[in-house]
Design a protein around this ligand. Structure first.
Ligand SMILES: Nc1ncnc2c1ncn2[C@@H]1O[C@H](COP(=O)(O)OP(=O)(O)OP(=O)(O)O)[C@@H](O)[C@H]1O
Ligand SMILES: [Mg+2]
Length: 477
Protein backbone atom coordinates (compact mmCIF):
# COMPACT_ATOMS: atom_id res chain seq x y z
CA UNK A 1 0.00 0.00 0.00
CA UNK A 2 2.84 2.39 0.71
CA UNK A 3 4.58 4.07 -2.17
CA UNK A 4 7.36 6.58 -1.95
CA UNK A 5 4.83 9.19 -2.94
CA UNK A 6 2.68 8.35 0.11
CA UNK A 7 5.66 9.03 2.32
CA UNK A 8 5.42 12.72 1.38
CA UNK A 9 9.01 13.13 0.42
CA UNK A 10 9.70 16.19 -1.66
CA UNK A 11 9.87 16.05 -5.44
CA UNK A 12 13.63 16.46 -5.89
CA UNK A 13 14.22 13.55 -3.52
CA UNK A 14 11.63 11.39 -5.25
CA UNK A 15 13.27 12.18 -8.55
CA UNK A 16 16.68 11.09 -7.27
CA UNK A 17 15.46 7.80 -5.83
CA UNK A 18 13.52 7.04 -8.99
CA UNK A 19 16.78 7.46 -10.85
CA UNK A 20 18.37 5.03 -8.39
CA UNK A 21 15.79 2.50 -9.53
CA UNK A 22 13.86 2.42 -6.26
CA UNK A 23 10.20 1.77 -6.98
CA UNK A 24 8.70 0.77 -3.67
CA UNK A 25 9.88 1.59 -0.17
CA UNK A 26 11.25 -1.39 1.70
CA UNK A 27 9.41 -2.28 4.93
CA UNK A 28 11.91 -0.47 7.15
CA UNK A 29 11.63 2.61 4.96
CA UNK A 30 7.84 2.59 4.99
CA UNK A 31 7.89 1.89 8.72
CA UNK A 32 10.30 4.60 9.84
CA UNK A 33 10.16 7.47 7.35
CA UNK A 34 6.85 8.93 8.60
CA UNK A 35 8.07 9.07 12.21
CA UNK A 36 11.42 10.45 11.16
CA UNK A 37 9.73 13.19 9.15
CA UNK A 38 7.76 14.10 12.25
CA UNK A 39 10.97 14.54 14.16
CA UNK A 40 10.57 11.56 16.47
CA UNK A 41 13.44 9.56 17.90
CA UNK A 42 13.53 6.22 16.16
CA UNK A 43 15.09 2.83 16.74
CA UNK A 44 14.92 0.91 13.47
CA UNK A 45 15.71 -2.79 13.30
CA UNK A 46 15.65 -4.65 10.02
CA UNK A 47 17.67 -7.34 8.32
CA UNK A 48 20.84 -6.63 6.40
CA UNK A 49 20.43 -5.27 2.89
CA UNK A 50 16.92 -3.92 3.36
CA UNK A 51 17.57 -0.23 2.80
CA UNK A 52 18.20 1.19 6.24
CA UNK A 53 20.50 3.85 4.79
CA UNK A 54 17.76 5.44 2.72
CA UNK A 55 15.38 5.02 5.67
CA UNK A 56 17.41 7.46 7.76
CA UNK A 57 18.87 9.53 4.93
CA UNK A 58 15.77 10.45 2.92
CA UNK A 59 13.77 12.09 5.73
CA UNK A 60 16.90 13.89 6.89
CA UNK A 61 17.42 15.34 3.43
CA UNK A 62 13.77 16.24 3.15
CA UNK A 63 13.77 18.12 6.44
CA UNK A 64 17.02 19.94 5.83
CA UNK A 65 15.98 20.95 2.33
CA UNK A 66 12.67 22.30 3.65
CA UNK A 67 14.42 24.25 6.39
CA UNK A 68 16.63 25.99 3.84
CA UNK A 69 19.37 26.65 6.36
CA UNK A 70 22.44 28.27 4.98
CA UNK A 71 25.47 26.18 5.84
CA UNK A 72 27.31 27.64 8.82
CA UNK A 73 31.08 27.48 9.18
CA UNK A 74 32.14 24.51 11.36
CA UNK A 75 28.59 23.85 12.49
CA UNK A 76 26.79 21.02 10.72
CA UNK A 77 23.05 20.47 11.23
CA UNK A 78 23.23 16.69 11.22
CA UNK A 79 25.77 14.10 12.23
CA UNK A 80 25.77 10.50 11.05
CA UNK A 81 28.23 8.13 12.70
CA UNK A 82 29.41 4.80 11.36
CA UNK A 83 31.90 2.30 12.78
CA UNK A 84 34.27 1.98 9.82
CA UNK A 85 35.80 4.36 7.33
CA UNK A 86 34.49 2.40 4.37
CA UNK A 87 30.97 2.47 5.71
CA UNK A 88 31.15 6.19 6.42
CA UNK A 89 32.36 6.71 2.85
CA UNK A 90 29.55 4.62 1.46
CA UNK A 91 26.88 6.44 3.45
CA UNK A 92 28.34 9.70 2.16
CA UNK A 93 28.08 8.44 -1.41
CA UNK A 94 24.50 7.30 -0.91
CA UNK A 95 23.59 10.69 0.48
CA UNK A 96 25.23 12.45 -2.45
CA UNK A 97 23.09 10.32 -4.75
CA UNK A 98 19.85 10.96 -2.90
CA UNK A 99 20.66 14.67 -2.49
CA UNK A 100 21.45 15.18 -6.18
CA UNK A 101 18.63 17.68 -6.62
CA UNK A 102 18.68 19.43 -3.27
CA UNK A 103 21.18 22.14 -2.40
CA UNK A 104 22.72 20.51 0.65
CA UNK A 105 26.37 19.99 1.40
CA UNK A 106 27.66 16.75 2.87
CA UNK A 107 31.16 15.88 4.01
CA UNK A 108 32.58 12.54 5.08
CA UNK A 109 35.41 12.54 7.61
CA UNK A 110 37.43 9.56 8.85
CA UNK A 111 40.92 8.73 9.97
CA UNK A 112 43.79 7.37 7.93
CA UNK A 113 43.51 10.20 5.41
CA UNK A 114 44.60 13.82 5.39
CA UNK A 115 42.67 15.98 7.82
CA UNK A 116 43.24 19.23 5.90
CA UNK A 117 40.52 18.89 3.28
CA UNK A 118 38.15 17.89 6.07
CA UNK A 119 39.02 21.03 8.04
CA UNK A 120 38.54 23.16 4.94
CA UNK A 121 35.16 21.67 4.11
CA UNK A 122 33.97 22.21 7.68
CA UNK A 123 35.24 25.76 7.59
CA UNK A 124 33.33 26.49 4.40
CA UNK A 125 30.22 25.03 6.01
CA UNK A 126 28.31 21.82 5.47
CA UNK A 127 24.82 20.62 6.34
CA UNK A 128 25.49 16.94 6.95
CA UNK A 129 28.60 15.44 8.48
CA UNK A 130 29.20 11.71 8.09
CA UNK A 131 31.99 10.53 10.34
CA UNK A 132 33.79 7.83 12.21
CA UNK A 133 33.90 8.79 15.88
CA UNK A 134 37.67 9.06 16.33
CA UNK A 135 38.26 11.57 13.56
CA UNK A 136 35.21 13.58 14.53
CA UNK A 137 36.55 13.92 18.06
CA UNK A 138 39.94 15.02 16.71
CA UNK A 139 38.25 17.70 14.65
CA UNK A 140 36.18 18.83 17.61
CA UNK A 141 39.17 18.91 19.96
CA UNK A 142 41.15 20.96 17.48
CA UNK A 143 38.33 23.47 17.25
CA UNK A 144 37.34 22.71 13.66
CA UNK A 145 33.93 21.30 14.36
CA UNK A 146 31.21 22.46 16.71
CA UNK A 147 28.11 20.35 17.18
CA UNK A 148 25.94 22.96 18.86
CA UNK A 149 23.74 23.35 15.76
CA UNK A 150 23.09 19.66 15.33
CA UNK A 151 19.40 18.82 15.17
CA UNK A 152 19.64 15.20 14.06
CA UNK A 153 22.07 12.63 15.40
CA UNK A 154 22.14 9.29 13.61
CA UNK A 155 24.02 6.15 14.59
CA UNK A 156 24.19 3.56 11.86
CA UNK A 157 25.13 0.08 13.11
CA UNK A 158 23.97 1.43 16.43
CA UNK A 159 24.70 -1.63 18.55
CA UNK A 160 28.28 -1.61 17.33
CA UNK A 161 28.59 2.09 18.09
CA UNK A 162 27.34 1.49 21.60
CA UNK A 163 29.55 -1.44 22.46
CA UNK A 164 32.74 -1.17 24.41
CA UNK A 165 34.93 -0.28 21.44
CA UNK A 166 33.10 2.99 20.81
CA UNK A 167 30.86 3.92 23.70
CA UNK A 168 33.26 6.42 25.27
CA UNK A 169 33.62 8.32 22.02
CA UNK A 170 29.88 8.25 21.45
CA UNK A 171 29.24 9.64 24.93
CA UNK A 172 31.57 12.57 24.27
CA UNK A 173 30.04 13.31 20.90
CA UNK A 174 26.52 12.99 22.24
CA UNK A 175 27.32 15.41 25.07
CA UNK A 176 28.43 18.02 22.55
CA UNK A 177 25.08 17.93 20.75
CA UNK A 178 22.13 19.86 22.19
CA UNK A 179 19.72 17.73 24.20
CA UNK A 180 16.84 18.94 22.12
CA UNK A 181 17.49 16.94 19.02
CA UNK A 182 16.31 13.96 17.09
CA UNK A 183 18.28 10.78 17.77
CA UNK A 184 18.06 7.91 15.32
CA UNK A 185 19.51 4.42 15.70
CA UNK A 186 19.54 1.71 13.06
CA UNK A 187 20.91 -1.82 12.91
CA UNK A 188 20.13 -5.39 11.99
CA UNK A 189 21.17 -6.49 15.47
CA UNK A 190 20.56 -5.02 18.92
CA UNK A 191 21.68 -7.44 21.60
CA UNK A 192 20.20 -7.07 25.05
CA UNK A 193 23.63 -6.10 26.36
CA UNK A 194 23.61 -2.78 24.50
CA UNK A 195 19.87 -2.21 24.26
CA UNK A 196 19.93 -0.41 27.59
CA UNK A 197 22.49 2.06 26.29
CA UNK A 198 20.36 2.61 23.22
CA UNK A 199 17.35 3.36 25.41
CA UNK A 200 19.44 5.85 27.33
CA UNK A 201 20.18 7.83 24.17
CA UNK A 202 16.65 7.93 22.85
CA UNK A 203 13.75 10.06 24.06
CA UNK A 204 10.36 8.42 23.90
CA UNK A 205 11.36 6.59 20.75
CA UNK A 206 9.32 4.89 18.12
CA UNK A 207 10.67 1.38 17.69
CA UNK A 208 10.21 -0.21 14.31
CA UNK A 209 11.18 -3.83 14.14
CA UNK A 210 10.60 -5.26 10.71
CA UNK A 211 11.86 -8.57 12.05
CA UNK A 212 13.17 -9.43 15.50
CA UNK A 213 16.72 -8.24 15.95
CA UNK A 214 19.36 -10.75 14.81
CA UNK A 215 17.18 -12.14 12.05
CA UNK A 216 19.37 -13.17 9.12
CA UNK A 217 18.66 -11.83 5.64
CA UNK A 218 15.83 -13.82 4.14
CA UNK A 219 17.38 -14.92 0.93
CA UNK A 220 20.76 -16.16 2.06
CA UNK A 221 21.20 -19.85 1.50
CA UNK A 222 23.23 -20.73 4.58
CA UNK A 223 25.45 -23.79 4.59
CA UNK A 224 27.75 -25.31 7.16
CA UNK A 225 30.84 -27.33 6.31
CA UNK A 226 32.69 -29.18 9.04
CA UNK A 227 36.37 -29.24 8.21
CA UNK A 228 39.63 -29.64 10.09
CA UNK A 229 41.53 -26.41 10.55
CA UNK A 230 44.40 -27.76 8.45
CA UNK A 231 42.09 -28.57 5.53
CA UNK A 232 40.40 -25.20 5.28
CA UNK A 233 42.71 -23.86 2.60
CA UNK A 234 42.25 -26.93 0.44
CA UNK A 235 38.49 -26.74 0.89
CA UNK A 236 38.52 -23.10 -0.13
CA UNK A 237 40.51 -23.88 -3.28
CA UNK A 238 38.11 -26.70 -4.00
CA UNK A 239 35.09 -24.41 -3.71
CA UNK A 240 36.65 -21.94 -6.11
CA UNK A 241 36.51 -24.59 -8.83
CA UNK A 242 32.83 -23.71 -9.02
CA UNK A 243 32.52 -20.97 -11.61
CA UNK A 244 29.48 -19.63 -9.80
CA UNK A 245 31.81 -18.41 -7.05
CA UNK A 246 32.13 -15.16 -8.95
CA UNK A 247 32.30 -12.47 -6.34
CA UNK A 248 33.24 -13.90 -2.99
CA UNK A 249 33.93 -12.27 0.33
CA UNK A 250 35.91 -14.39 2.77
CA UNK A 251 36.01 -13.57 6.47
CA UNK A 252 38.76 -14.47 8.91
CA UNK A 253 39.10 -13.63 12.58
CA UNK A 254 42.56 -12.13 12.37
CA UNK A 255 44.38 -9.73 10.06
CA UNK A 256 47.27 -12.12 9.84
CA UNK A 257 45.04 -14.95 8.67
CA UNK A 258 43.39 -12.62 6.13
CA UNK A 259 46.81 -11.94 4.63
CA UNK A 260 47.70 -15.63 4.57
CA UNK A 261 44.45 -16.64 2.89
CA UNK A 262 44.92 -13.89 0.31
CA UNK A 263 48.43 -15.07 -0.46
CA UNK A 264 47.29 -18.64 -0.83
CA UNK A 265 44.47 -17.69 -3.16
CA UNK A 266 46.78 -15.64 -5.33
CA UNK A 267 49.20 -18.57 -5.47
CA UNK A 268 46.34 -20.78 -6.60
CA UNK A 269 45.61 -18.32 -9.42
CA UNK A 270 42.53 -16.78 -7.83
CA UNK A 271 42.56 -13.00 -7.84
CA UNK A 272 42.14 -11.74 -4.30
CA UNK A 273 42.98 -8.78 -2.08
CA UNK A 274 42.78 -8.29 1.66
CA UNK A 275 41.07 -5.58 3.68
CA UNK A 276 41.74 -5.16 7.39
CA UNK A 277 42.84 -2.71 10.01
CA UNK A 278 46.58 -3.08 9.45
CA UNK A 279 46.37 -1.99 5.83
CA UNK A 280 46.96 1.58 4.79
CA UNK A 281 43.71 3.37 4.06
CA UNK A 282 44.44 3.71 0.35
CA UNK A 283 45.14 -0.05 0.12
CA UNK A 284 41.84 -0.74 1.91
CA UNK A 285 39.97 1.46 -0.49
CA UNK A 286 41.77 0.04 -3.51
CA UNK A 287 40.90 -3.51 -2.50
CA UNK A 288 37.24 -2.71 -1.97
CA UNK A 289 37.01 -0.80 -5.23
CA UNK A 290 38.65 -3.58 -7.24
CA UNK A 291 36.29 -6.07 -5.66
CA UNK A 292 33.21 -3.96 -6.32
CA UNK A 293 34.29 -3.47 -9.92
CA UNK A 294 34.73 -7.22 -10.39
CA UNK A 295 38.45 -6.87 -11.06
CA UNK A 296 39.23 -9.44 -8.40
CA UNK A 297 37.21 -12.50 -7.55
CA UNK A 298 37.75 -12.56 -3.81
CA UNK A 299 37.99 -10.04 -1.01
CA UNK A 300 39.47 -11.42 2.19
CA UNK A 301 38.38 -9.42 5.19
CA UNK A 302 38.26 -9.18 8.93
CA UNK A 303 35.15 -7.81 10.54
CA UNK A 304 36.15 -4.37 9.34
CA UNK A 305 34.09 -5.25 6.25
CA UNK A 306 31.35 -7.15 8.07
CA UNK A 307 28.93 -4.30 8.65
CA UNK A 308 27.02 -2.19 6.23
CA UNK A 309 29.19 -2.61 3.17
CA UNK A 310 26.98 -2.72 0.10
CA UNK A 311 28.74 -4.25 -2.89
CA UNK A 312 26.45 -5.25 -5.68
CA UNK A 313 26.30 -8.89 -6.69
CA UNK A 314 28.35 -10.65 -4.03
CA UNK A 315 27.58 -14.28 -4.85
CA UNK A 316 29.11 -15.96 -1.81
CA UNK A 317 30.22 -15.20 1.71
CA UNK A 318 32.67 -17.67 3.18
CA UNK A 319 33.27 -17.72 6.89
CA UNK A 320 36.76 -19.20 6.72
CA UNK A 321 36.77 -18.78 10.46
CA UNK A 322 33.64 -18.31 12.48
CA UNK A 323 33.44 -15.03 14.35
CA UNK A 324 33.77 -15.14 18.11
CA UNK A 325 31.08 -12.44 18.27
CA UNK A 326 27.91 -14.20 17.21
CA UNK A 327 26.24 -11.02 15.93
CA UNK A 328 29.02 -10.63 13.48
CA UNK A 329 27.86 -13.75 11.63
CA UNK A 330 24.58 -12.02 10.77
CA UNK A 331 26.37 -8.96 9.42
CA UNK A 332 28.98 -10.98 7.55
CA UNK A 333 26.50 -13.16 5.69
CA UNK A 334 24.43 -10.07 5.02
CA UNK A 335 27.03 -8.86 2.52
CA UNK A 336 25.20 -11.10 0.07
CA UNK A 337 21.50 -11.37 -0.72
CA UNK A 338 20.91 -7.64 -0.53
CA UNK A 339 17.97 -5.72 -1.95
CA UNK A 340 16.03 -8.92 -2.58
CA UNK A 341 18.87 -10.65 -4.37
CA UNK A 342 19.84 -14.16 -3.37
CA UNK A 343 23.22 -15.42 -2.22
CA UNK A 344 25.08 -18.23 -0.54
CA UNK A 345 26.89 -18.17 2.78
CA UNK A 346 29.19 -21.04 3.68
CA UNK A 347 30.54 -21.41 7.20
CA UNK A 348 33.63 -23.50 7.83
CA UNK A 349 33.65 -25.01 11.29
CA UNK A 350 36.48 -26.94 12.89
CA UNK A 351 36.60 -28.59 16.28
CA UNK A 352 37.75 -25.44 18.10
CA UNK A 353 34.89 -23.42 16.60
CA UNK A 354 32.00 -25.57 17.74
CA UNK A 355 31.35 -23.23 20.66
CA UNK A 356 31.14 -20.23 18.32
CA UNK A 357 28.75 -22.15 16.10
CA UNK A 358 26.55 -22.89 19.07
CA UNK A 359 26.42 -19.18 20.00
CA UNK A 360 25.58 -18.24 16.42
CA UNK A 361 22.81 -20.77 16.04
CA UNK A 362 21.35 -19.61 19.31
CA UNK A 363 21.11 -15.97 18.36
CA UNK A 364 19.88 -16.60 14.81
CA UNK A 365 17.34 -19.06 16.19
CA UNK A 366 18.03 -21.64 13.51
CA UNK A 367 20.53 -24.35 12.82
CA UNK A 368 22.63 -23.96 9.74
CA UNK A 369 22.12 -26.85 7.33
CA UNK A 370 25.20 -29.02 7.08
CA UNK A 371 26.69 -29.93 3.73
CA UNK A 372 28.87 -33.01 3.89
CA UNK A 373 29.23 -33.53 0.21
CA UNK A 374 32.74 -32.11 -0.08
CA UNK A 375 36.13 -33.81 -0.02
CA UNK A 376 37.21 -32.46 3.38
CA UNK A 377 34.21 -33.31 5.49
CA UNK A 378 35.34 -33.78 9.09
CA UNK A 379 32.92 -36.43 10.29
CA UNK A 380 34.40 -36.51 13.79
CA UNK A 381 33.68 -32.81 14.27
CA UNK A 382 30.21 -33.15 12.77
CA UNK A 383 29.38 -36.08 15.02
CA UNK A 384 31.04 -34.80 18.16
CA UNK A 385 28.82 -35.20 21.15
CA UNK A 386 31.09 -33.61 23.71
CA UNK A 387 30.24 -30.16 24.98
CA UNK A 388 31.90 -27.55 22.77
CA UNK A 389 34.79 -25.88 24.54
CA UNK A 390 35.28 -22.20 24.02
CA UNK A 391 38.82 -21.53 22.77
CA UNK A 392 41.03 -19.44 24.99
CA UNK A 393 40.50 -15.91 23.69
CA UNK A 394 43.13 -15.61 21.02
CA UNK A 395 41.13 -14.24 18.11
CA UNK A 396 41.74 -10.58 17.72
CA UNK A 397 40.09 -9.60 14.48
CA UNK A 398 39.02 -6.04 13.76
CA UNK A 399 39.13 -3.63 16.66
CA UNK A 400 39.42 -5.12 20.05
CA UNK A 401 35.96 -5.10 21.44
CA UNK A 402 35.01 -6.78 24.54
CA UNK A 403 31.30 -6.87 24.22
CA UNK A 404 29.81 -9.53 26.33
CA UNK A 405 27.94 -12.17 24.46
CA UNK A 406 24.49 -11.15 23.58
CA UNK A 407 22.25 -14.04 24.39
CA UNK A 408 19.22 -14.13 22.24
CA UNK A 409 18.58 -10.46 22.56
CA UNK A 410 15.90 -8.90 24.64
CA UNK A 411 13.10 -7.55 22.61
CA UNK A 412 10.86 -6.00 25.13
CA UNK A 413 12.33 -2.89 26.41
CA UNK A 414 11.03 0.59 26.35
CA UNK A 415 9.43 2.58 23.63
CA UNK A 416 6.57 2.22 21.27
CA UNK A 417 6.81 -0.79 19.13
CA UNK A 418 5.73 -1.28 15.60
CA UNK A 419 5.91 -4.91 14.98
CA UNK A 420 5.97 -5.89 11.41
CA UNK A 421 6.54 -8.77 9.20
CA UNK A 422 7.85 -11.84 10.99
CA UNK A 423 10.86 -13.59 9.57
CA UNK A 424 10.32 -16.50 7.31
CA UNK A 425 11.24 -19.61 9.16
CA UNK A 426 14.45 -21.25 8.11
CA UNK A 427 12.81 -23.71 5.74
CA UNK A 428 13.65 -22.09 2.47
CA UNK A 429 17.28 -21.87 3.37
CA UNK A 430 17.69 -25.56 3.46
CA UNK A 431 18.52 -26.33 -0.13
CA UNK A 432 22.16 -26.71 -0.82
CA UNK A 433 22.14 -26.17 -4.54
CA UNK A 434 24.41 -23.37 -5.59
CA UNK A 435 21.89 -21.45 -7.63
CA UNK A 436 23.20 -18.23 -9.04
CA UNK A 437 22.11 -15.17 -7.10
CA UNK A 438 19.53 -13.04 -8.76
CA UNK A 439 18.94 -9.37 -8.36
CA UNK A 440 15.38 -8.49 -7.80
CA UNK A 441 14.49 -5.16 -6.27
CA UNK A 442 11.57 -4.76 -3.90
CA UNK A 443 8.25 -5.57 -5.33
CA UNK A 444 4.98 -5.19 -3.62
CA UNK A 445 3.96 -8.53 -2.26
CA UNK A 446 0.61 -9.17 -0.71
CA UNK A 447 0.98 -9.63 2.99
CA UNK A 448 4.38 -8.04 3.03
CA UNK A 449 3.23 -4.79 4.43
CA UNK A 450 5.68 -2.55 6.06
CA UNK A 451 5.77 -2.73 9.79
CA UNK A 452 2.21 -3.46 10.76
CA UNK A 453 1.65 -0.99 13.46
CA UNK A 454 0.41 -2.63 16.52
CA UNK A 455 1.74 0.13 18.69
CA UNK A 456 2.05 -2.24 21.59
CA UNK A 457 2.91 -0.91 24.94
CA UNK A 458 6.46 -1.27 26.07
CA UNK A 459 7.08 -4.44 27.94
CA UNK A 460 9.81 -2.65 29.72
CA UNK A 461 12.11 -4.36 32.06
CA UNK A 462 13.89 -1.08 31.86
CA UNK A 463 12.43 2.19 30.90
CA UNK A 464 15.43 4.19 32.01
CA UNK A 465 13.18 6.35 34.13
CA UNK A 466 11.84 8.05 31.08
CA UNK A 467 8.19 8.94 31.24
CA UNK A 468 7.46 6.48 28.59
CA UNK A 469 3.86 7.17 28.29
CA UNK A 470 2.09 4.37 26.65
CA UNK A 471 1.64 3.80 23.07
CA UNK A 472 1.74 6.80 20.91
CA UNK A 473 0.57 4.49 18.27
CA UNK A 474 1.00 5.65 14.78
CA UNK A 475 -2.04 5.00 12.73
CA UNK A 476 -1.12 3.26 9.61
CA UNK A 477 -2.57 4.44 6.35
N1 LIG B 1 13.42 1.08 -1.88
C1 LIG B 1 14.43 0.47 -2.49
N2 LIG B 1 14.24 -0.17 -3.66
C2 LIG B 1 15.26 -0.81 -4.26
N3 LIG B 1 16.51 -0.87 -3.79
C3 LIG B 1 16.77 -0.26 -2.62
C4 LIG B 1 15.74 0.45 -1.91
N4 LIG B 1 16.28 0.96 -0.79
C5 LIG B 1 17.58 0.61 -0.78
N5 LIG B 1 17.88 -0.12 -1.89
C6 LIG B 1 19.19 -0.72 -2.20
O1 LIG B 1 19.35 -1.83 -1.34
C7 LIG B 1 20.72 -2.04 -1.04
C8 LIG B 1 20.92 -2.21 0.45
O2 LIG B 1 20.65 -1.01 1.12
P1 LIG B 1 21.39 -0.59 2.46
O3 LIG B 1 22.86 -0.65 2.27
O4 LIG B 1 20.79 0.68 2.90
O5 LIG B 1 20.95 -1.80 3.41
P2 LIG B 1 21.03 -1.89 5.00
O6 LIG B 1 19.67 -2.25 5.47
O7 LIG B 1 21.64 -0.68 5.56
O8 LIG B 1 21.98 -3.17 5.20
P3 LIG B 1 23.10 -3.44 6.33
O9 LIG B 1 22.36 -3.93 7.55
O10 LIG B 1 23.93 -4.53 5.73
O11 LIG B 1 23.82 -2.19 6.55
C9 LIG B 1 21.46 -0.84 -1.61
O12 LIG B 1 22.11 -1.23 -2.80
C10 LIG B 1 20.37 0.17 -1.90
O13 LIG B 1 20.69 0.97 -3.00
MG1 LIG C 1 23.41 -0.27 6.49
Amino acid sequence: MTDFIDLKLSKPILRAITEEGYKTPSPIQAGTIPSLLEGEDVLGIAQTGTGKTAAFALPLLHKLAEAQHKAVSKKPFAVILAPTRELAGQIGENIQDYARYVPLRTKVVFGGTSIRPQIQALFRGIHILVATPGRLLDLMNQGHCDLSNVQTFILDEADRMLDMGFIHDIRKISAAIPKKRQTVLFSATMPATVKGLADGLLRDPVTVEVAPQATTAEKVDQQLMYVDQGDKRALLDHLFKDSEMEKVIIFTRTKHRADRVTRNLNQAGITAAAIHGNKAQNARQRALKAFAAGEIRALVATDVAARGIDVDGITHVINFELPNEADSYIHRIGRTARANATGIAIAFCCEEERAYLKDIEKIIRQSIPMVEDHPFHAADVANATSKPVRPVQGGRGGRGRGTPKGGSGGRNSGGKRHTGQRPKSGGENANTGAGKPKKNKWRKKPGNKAANKTGSKPGGNRSGGRPNSGSKSRASH
